[in-house]
Design a protein around this ligand. Structure first.
Ligand code: PLP
Length: 439
């Protein structure tokens, strides 16, 4: 009997008692390799001494200060650190407690930008069907995951959805990457024209789609086209890097690899590496100036925003990533992981696609490789893979079901940035056994 409401009431989770580096230990003494960083969170692995020391020092100094009264050195330093390496044009940071809060803040910033600049008719939010932006009502409304949205629809604000750029599922036979990128990005322009050119506030997308589709990067110059369309119609571009940001794909921000800068950028997960709950919304100088020269404040706020302990965790994690040159390891181990996945699943009868960037890789399971037909969702293949993996001491992040009729089950891997080639071999070996046992 538990008084804690778990995610799944009928299959309560195992009890974790400790974790060190890549490994969890449960209450029965079993060990698990954390090959998904939880949900792409634990980028440094567990119990990193530098982060623990920074948290102890911060706790001794100052655990909490409400931002209505004080700022703190640690929050200021984290903002400076993030902006120093941020995509061009981003100038300020709004610190919150997680990814959904960061997305909520970005949506509100977009709306307030237009009320401050005399365009109150701009209210529409456009997003993509294969997307997840969080579970709070605004973020859920923006997201395209029908399963998560269905029963809450009566509570959700209006949002509009276009197709994602998802080559495996939506690129036509014989279509070049350039043509597909143009066709997929063209959906945004068409939607803006349909809604009315001066009524759209923002377009929001994940540069590499995470939980809803499994490590799906865009092809060709898709994002350059998206940026150009947003500029053409004065629409703000929000990039949600809650899962794919902070080094996960091999560059600090995933959009660096797409060669663009957004107007608003959300991060969380790897920002604090799981050592504290933290998220952030980065905003451009243009938006900041609209607030500064307009009402003088952003009409939003949470009790725990800019929390000193969370900021200390974020700062310590970012210092370790730099000091240990971990982005280079993400790049090298990303190649290693892709090669090992290719070796293990490249010829597999039920693996249709292997994709991703850096240490953010996924395999997609299909009933039939030729037709790409997904497995019947009733089989709950993703859940079986998760439990077969756990039985083999492996934590991975499988998701499943069919959304929009175009997606099969996938397994997402997002191991900590400290993995070695032998860890990668252990992960792919155990995953291969788990997938075959689940099929
Ligand atoms: N945005 C993206 C892209 C995510 O992957 C997630 C979480 O998985 C969120 C937002 C929501 O973040 P959180 O669960 O921290 O609220």
């Amino acid at each position: 009997m538990t008084h804690l409401l778990h995610r799944s009431i009928h299959t309560p989770p195992r009890h974790a008692v400790s974790a060190q580096g890549l490994h969890f230990t449960d209450s029965e003494g079993r060990q698990y390799i954390d090959a998904s960083g939880g949900a792409a969170v634990s980028c440094l692995g567990h119990a990193h001494p530098d982060v623990i020391a920074a948290l102890h020092a911060q706790l001794d100094r100052l655990a909490y200060a409400h931002t209505g009264f004080f700022t703190t050195d640690v929050a200021e330093e984290l903002a400076d650190t993030l902006i120093a390496d941020a995509p061009a044009g981003l100038s300020h940071v709004y610190l919150v407690s997680g990814g959904s809060e960061a997305v909520e803040a970005a949506l509100k910033m977009a709306r307030q930008y237009f009320t401050e600049t005399g365009q109150p008719q701009r209210r529409h939010i456009i997003a993509r069907r294969q997307s997840y932006h969080g579970n709070t009502l605004g973020a859920l409304a923006a997201g395209g995951n029908e399963w998560r949205r269905a029963q809450f629809k009566p509570l959700l604000m209006e949002a509009h959805h276009i197709a994602p750029c998802f080559a495996y599922r939506e690129q036509w036979e014989g279509e070049t990457d350039a043509d597909y990128a143009a066709r997929a990005a063209g959906e945004l322009e068409a939607k803006i024209l349909e809604l009315g050119v001066d009524t759209v506030a923002a377009f929001v997308a994940e540069p590499v789609v995470g939980a809803t589709a499994g490590a799906v990067p865009a092809v060709g110059d898709y994002y350059k086209r998206i940026r150009a369309i947003c500029d053409k119609y004065g629409v703000l571009l929000i990039l949600d890097e809650v899962m794919c940001g902070m080094g996960r794909t091999g560059s600090l921000y995933a959009c660096e690899q797409d060669g663009i800068s957004p107007d608003l950028l959300t991060i969380a997960k790897g920002l604090g590496g799981g050592y504290q709950p933290i998220g952030a919304t980065l905003l451009s100088e243009k938006i900041y100036q609209a607030f500064a020269q307009g009402s003088g404040f952003f009409q939003h706020g949470h009790t725990y925003m800019g929390h000193p302990m969370a900021a200390a965790a974020g700062l310590a994690v970012q210092k370790v990533i730099k000091q240990d040159n971990l982005l280079a390891n993400v790049q090298a181990m990303g190649v290693e992981l892709r090669q090992q996945l290719q070796a293990a699943f490249g010829q597999h009868a039920h693996v249709g696609d292997i994709r991703g960037r850096g240490l953010f890789q996924a395999i997609e399971l299909v009933e039939d490789r030729q037709t790409k037909a997904p497995f019947d969702p009733a089989r709950k293949l993703h859940a079986r893979i998760k439990s077969e993996a756990m039985a083999r001491g492996l934590m991975v992040y499988p998701m499943g079901g069919t959304i929009d009729g175009v997606r099969g089950d996938h397994v997402l891997l997002a191991p900590p940035f400290i993995v070695t080639p032998s860890d990668v071999a252990e992960i792919t070996g155990r995953l291969s056994e788990a997938v075959n046992a689940a099929l």
